[in-house]
Design a protein around this ligand. Structure first.
Ligand code: FES
Length: 543
């Protein structure tokens, strides 16, 4: 390979797992960043080796990048186990790359630090700032309602993604980066640095330097990821009104770390955590503003009474030490707990006859008047069915109806795509309707909004009650009471379920087969069953 013995001997070998490809639109700066990570590794006396791993691209993978999160996690674990490496820098950012890389690194349990891709620059259209996803959905609805012409739409499109980096609203990527930082798996302040900021390059080099020290300190994920660290991450998620996707990924990460974490813990912590990040889609500002306001350390400094500050982090110091001296620079972006965006309610967990194993809703992103609602179900059996019929005036959908999408869950879709923000029917858009109650076993983009009840478990494809809802049934949503109920007699639901038939199997071979055989339901994090629990599989020996 062209290295002399003097260059390599005695140096910790640092793998730099780079989730880059020509199709990973959020990681286009990684070819440069990897050089900066290497620079840091050399500076600290390490030996850096870049190893490409699956670039799980949110935009281009069908049916959904989520189908491949576990594949990235498996690849990460096996790459680290099978190669002669001592520590790892994880380069990711686009939604599923964060949990995928972290899940694999937790299972491999080598010293590991996460280098977040950072958000892209704020979008712009004329005098207006545009937020990833959130403003796409908003203006798409206007376009469907006939209020926007193609010319304006093109200008919006050209102005909304202006640089390398991840979606710059508090979507899944931003939420997961903040969670990685709160868990202690990044350098302090790393999660929010805009991708093209010079500070981002400095952070990359600092990751390279720090991982070499972590190897000498034997600072592994198993020493960082305690139950208290996961509680901290959930508190941060709630204070951010983070993406509902974070729940699934945190459940999976905890499963890998051997930490017992139940869906209801999210609801418990959401009840006591004020939403203090004024960021879209729940609030007003964008990630650049959040970074300039002090980022995650400043946010956490306002949540001190709710956090376990003695958790160890990648710096070798505690979370409390990391955020000592953190300052909120812009009070409009990071609010005080006394004057929050919402007193509680980052994400709530609901249960009831329609979701015996739970489902979630982000009330801050919903129309408050719909949080307690009874309506007639309009059922779509699949995503194609929904696409074919939703805009048809003949369906007679009214604003008070409840749109139900099924067979869009972990196994039904498969991969649980972000179909949960069902579009408002065009005839209603034209009447000015912009929100309705929507229920599904799908996920929703973290950049989305609306009264969307998501992750219904068990999903329809495994025979959850969602499978037997009929158009015309009445459904009651009561977010305050944390209930989602099908207002149909229990005996009738049981009768319908007794004659229900599972959908035909779609995969006879390959990764899809493995996925449908092994994936858990949403309330367990959708990991593969055989990958849950602590790693513990030793490095392969020479046979
Ligand atoms: Fe990559 Fe949104 S598409 S973070």
């Amino acid at each position: 390979m062209g290295y002399s013995a003097e260059e390599a001997e005695g140096r910790p070998v640092i793998a730099i797992l780079n989730s880059w490809s020509d199709l990973s639109q959020c990681h286009t700066h990684f070819p440069q960043r990897v050089q900066e990570v290497k620079r840091g590794v050399w500076q600290a006396g390490g030996f850096p080796l870049e190893i490409p791993v699956l670039a799980v691209s949110e935009m281009f993978m069908k049916p959904t990048a989520m189908l491949y999160r576990n594949l990235l996690a498996m690849e990460t674990e096996e790459v680290l186990r099978s190669h002669p490496v001592d520590g790892v820098v994880l380069m990711g950012g686009c939604d599923k790359t964060v949990p995928g890389l972290l899940m694999g690194a937790i299972s491999a349990d080598l010293p590991a630090i996460f280098m977040p891709a950072g958000p892209m620059l704020a979008g712009r259209y004329r005098t207006e700032r545009l937020g990833s996803g959130t403003d796409v959905w908003k203006y798409w609805a206007e376009r469907q309602a006939g209020c926007l012409d193609t010319c304006v739409w093109r200008q919006l499109e050209e102005g909304i993604a202006r640089s390398a980096g991840t979606c710059m609203t508090m979507g899944t990527a931003s939420t997961l980066a903040a969670i990685a930082e709160t868990l202690g798996m990044t350098l302090p302040g790393a999660a929010t640095i805009p991708a093209v900021h010079s500070a981002h390059a400095r952070m990359a080099a600092a990751c390279g330097r720090r991982i070499v020290e972590m190897v000498w300190e034997d600072l592994k994920p198993s020493r960082i990821l305690s139950a208290a660290a996961f509680d901290n991450a959930i508190v941060a998620d709630m204070a951010l009104a983070g993406s509902t996707n974070a729940i699934i990924h945190l459940l999976a990460l905890a499963g890998r770390a051997g930490v017992s974490l139940a869906l209801d813990r999210f609801d418990e912590l959401s009840r006591t955590t004020p939403v203090i990040a004024n960021l879209r889609p729940a609030g007003e500002y964008l990630m650049e503003d959040f970074h300039d306001a002090g980022g995650v350390p400043a946010l956490l400094s306002r949540l001190r009474p709710l956090l376990a500050l003695d958790c160890l982090t990648a710096t070798g110091r505690t979370l409390g030490e990391n955020i000592a001296g953190a300052e909120v620079i812009d009070e409009r972006v990071i609010l005080s707990p006394e004057n929050p965006l919402a007193r509680a309610g980052g994400t709530f967990v609901l249960r009831g006859s329609l979701a015996p194993d739970g489902c979630v809703i982000k009330p801050t992103a919903a129309d408050p008047r719909l949080l307690k609602h009874v309506g007639r179900a309009i059922v779509f059996d699949s995503y194609p069915d929904m696409k074919a019929r939703i805009d048809d005036p003949a369906t007679g959908i009214t604003a008070d109806d409840i749109l139900v999408l099924r067979n869009a869950g972990p196994l039904g879709a498969p991969g649980m795509p972000e179909w949960g923000m069902l579009p408002i029917p065009k005839p209603l858009l034209e009447q000015g309707v912009r929100d309705m109650v929507r229920i599904s076993d799908a996920r929703m983009s973290g950049t989305s909004y609306g009264t969307c009840v998501l992750h219904v478990a068990p999903e329809a494809a495994v025979g959850g009650p969602l499978a037997v809802v009929r158009t015309g049934d009445r459904i009651a949503l009561d977010v305050e009471a944390r209930r989602l109920d099908l207002l149909v007699d229990a005996a009738e639901i049981a009768r319908r379920l007794a004659t229900w038939k599972p959908p035909a199997e779609r995969f006879s071979r390959g990764y899809g087969r493995l996925y449908v055989e092994q994936t858990t339901q949403a309330d367990h994090g959708c990991d593969f069953r055989f990958l849950e629990g602590r790693g513990g599989v030793p490095e392969p020996d020479i046979f």
